[in-house]
Design a protein around this ligand. Sequence first.
Ligand code: AMP
Length: 142
Amino acid sequence: MTAYDTNNIFAKILRGELPSYKVYEDEHVFAFLDIMPRVPGHTLVIPKAAARNILDIRPDDFAHVARGAHKIAAAAMKAFEADGITVQQFNEPAGGQVVFHLHMHVMPRRDGVAMLPPASRKEDTNVLEQHAAKLMAALKAG
Ligand code: AMP
């Protein structure tokens, strides 16, 4: 498998070299909004550890990402008055992966509302700011 590339977009976000709409951070994971959301509130949870995908991540680091996604899912249900959550995680180009730092998509869903196709449109910055604030408020409320 191809080696981890330290210059991938999400590695740059983790190092603060590129901006992001941060939603949550702890010792092990970082969560931020997808800038081309498939649904409002579409969030990405990534490990702080360098990992390309499920094929090279340490199981403990993958478990940290799962914990992060679990936390975001609960907050997204409240923040977006959702009826459900879709979680996706792609590995290697054949598996649908485009950015090569492991990430878990957490997407709040509404009954009868379809997801947009991947990378359909870049969301407005003010909308992303509002959505990040809503998610952070829901996380804080617990
Ligand atoms: P995939 O690798 O297929 O799981 O998809 C990568 C995801 O990253 C897509 O949903 C993109 O919209 C998203 N994405 C790409 N660049 C950025 C960025 N700078 N900030 C936030 N999300 C991004």
